[in-house]
Write a protein that binds this ligand. Structure first.
Ligand SMILES: Cc1cc2nc3c(=O)[nH]c(=O)nc-3n(C[C@H](O)[C@H](O)[C@H](O)COP(=O)(O)OP(=O)(O)OC[C@H]3O[C@@H](n4cnc5c(N)ncnc54)[C@H](O)[C@@H]3O)c2cc1C
Length: 476
């Protein structure tokens, strides 16, 4: 009997429940009487752009798997070299992993497959982090969808039948534990993030699911746009690192009648949609999905840099925007409604390139995900899928009034505005009881809060003029 080792290469699937790649690795090892080595490769190419919050969260996910009994070894280096060397060392003939569908992951996996094959080692890519594998939902003629609604119709027909698999008990598996752990690089660098992150791991995610289903799911359709209510699932970091699979969520939704569950299912579909778009168009991680919008004029230079800094630190003078940007700094996460408002503000009020904002988000977000982030930005910037009309310019004041009518969210993150009444919380410069704008700042209430760095009405016209100009150019 062949008793070689089987390697399970963990990536964005850091869970024991419903993990088909892990199940396949266990089955293969049982089949030949060998043991399994569980490994995570800390790849410098991914560590660099990850941002401290994601690295901290990743580290906690790995710890949590170990606490659950999985002897997961971390090795450092380029997987193209690390995995073939490891396979040789432990005499492995197969490596299992969950498929990666991002631009870098696809290239890397192809390289690893070739490098392993040179030594007669097989790479088995099983399943994906999505309900449906990117690239598989197609129009009748086989072409990819560019608009969400028709994609979601086809997705909905196939998604229903995907049921979650069982939880694996690490105690029942013969693990290989002789490979020394190299550990993740140190993330507590000076000047690094001090954001308060959610607890990581499957148990913590299960707790979040319970709270969401019990307290928020029924009214999700009505409450999901209210950032003060915090009535969304907050499962995006768990989905990002595969601590849960969206199949598990769909299975739960199956029993829930009503609009809340329907709308939540649609949100999960958006995640699949953007992964699908990026799979077909990897270039859209860096450039506009709509070719014509690649000619859009954005500001740069010291003045733009100063405005960008004000935006990053939550000091634009628009309370709803500043609350969102400060939530991002405090928690490494921001409510979806506010993500749209701050993204629109950067691009259409400050005229700064969406890619700059997207990069800042990827540095800060604990759920930072290339497909959802770049396409969330492109949608807001009017450069992306879904024919987002170029004239959709979010008004930072009316967004606040509509979605945070009491100013609760603003006051949570912008303490300088604690004394401002509901009437003026989204436009403190209009508070006549405090005299004019200048005296308001001198006289208490909003005493230390900054002045508006731009006038929305003026910048909206400027944004429309720029979009008009690019649209008037001949189509490439
Ligand atoms: C500019 C911008 C940048 C974004 N960047 C990211 C990102 O880096 N990573 C990320 O996971 N999401 C991103 N989103 C989408 C969305 O804001 C987050 O998924 C959501 O806020 C996460 O909170 P939640 O888990 O409580 O969401 P819920 O409302 O509970 O939704 C459930 C799940 O559905 C998915 N989902 C919801 N809305 C979207 C959406 N618009 N696009 C794609 N998936 C969605 C997420 O996986 C989410 O966890 C971005 C949106 C915008 C507008």
């Amino acid at each position: 009997m062949n008793t070689s080792t089987t390697i399970m290469w963990f990536r964005r699937d850091l869970r024991l429940t419903d993990n088909p790649a892990l199940e396949a690795a266990v089955a293969a090892a049982h089949g030949n009487g060998g043991s399994i080595l569980a490994v995570f490769v800390s790849d410098p190419a991914l560590v660099k752009p990850s941002g401290v919050n994601r690295l901290r969260y990743l580290s906690a996910c790995i710890r949590s798997l170990r606490d659950a009994g999985l002897p997961l070894v971390v090795l450092r280096g380029n997987p193209l070299q690390v995995l073939p060397a490891l396979a040789k060392r432990v005499r492995a003939q197969r490596v299992f992993c969950t498929g990666d569908f991002g631009p870098y992951g696809r290239r890397r996996d192809e390289g690893v497959r070739r490098a392993l094959a040179a030594d007669d080692v097989e790479l088995h890519s099983v399943d994906s982090s999505y309900v449906l594998e990117p690239g598989t939902v197609r129009k009748g003629d086989g072409s990819p969808f560019k608009v969400f609604t028709p994609f979601s119709r086809v997705w909905g027909q196939s998604a229903a039948s995907h049921m979650p698999g069982p939880r694996m008990d690490p105690g029942t598996v013969a693990w290989l534990t002789t490979v020394a752990d190299e550990g993740l690089p140190d993330h507590a660098s000076p000047g690094g993030s001090h954001a308060t992150l959610p607890e990581a791991g499957e148990m913590a995610a299960a707790g979040r699911i319970r709270v969401f289903v019990d307290d928020h799911l029924r009214a999700y359709d009505e409450m999901r746009n209210n950032p003060a209510a915090d009535a969304t699932s907050r499962l995006s970091p768990d989905l990002k690192y595969g601590v849960i699979h969206p199949r598990q969520l769909l299975a739960l939704l199956g029993d829930h009648p009503g609009e809340g569950a329907r709308v939540y299912r649609t949100e999960l579909c958006w995640r699949d949609f953007y992964a699908d778009v990026l799979w077909h168009r990897p270039d859209t991680a860096r450039s506009a999905f709509t070719p014509q919008m690649q000619g859009m004029h954005y500001d740069s230079g010291p003045h733009a840099d100063e405005r960008f800094r004000a935006w990053c630190t939550g000091n634009t003078g628009y309370p709803f925007i500043d609350a969102g940007m400060r939530q991002l700094l405090a928690e490494g996460w921001m409510h979806n409604r506010v993500r749209m408002a701050v993204a629109s503000f950067l691009v259409k009020d400050l005229h700064i390139d969406w890619r700059r904002g997207a990069r800042w988000f990827m540095e800060q977000l604990v759920d930072g995900d290339l497909a959802s982030n770049q396409h969330g930005w492109q949608w807001t910037a009017g450069t992306g899928t879904d024919a987002a009309p170029y004239f959709r310019v979010f008004n930072p004041v009316s967004q606040g009034k509509k979605f945070d009518p009491e100013g609760t969210y603003v006051k949570r993150y912008v303490p300088e505005l604690a004394g401002v009444t509901k009437k003026y919380i989204h436009e403190p410069w209009l508070d006549e009881t405090a005299g004019d704008f200048t005296t308001l700042f001198a006289a208490g209430g909003a005493s230390q809060y900054v002045s508006r760095i731009v006038d929305h009405a003026v910048e909206r016209s400027e944004a429309l003029a720029r979009y008009g100009a690019v649209r008037a150019e001949p189509r490439p």
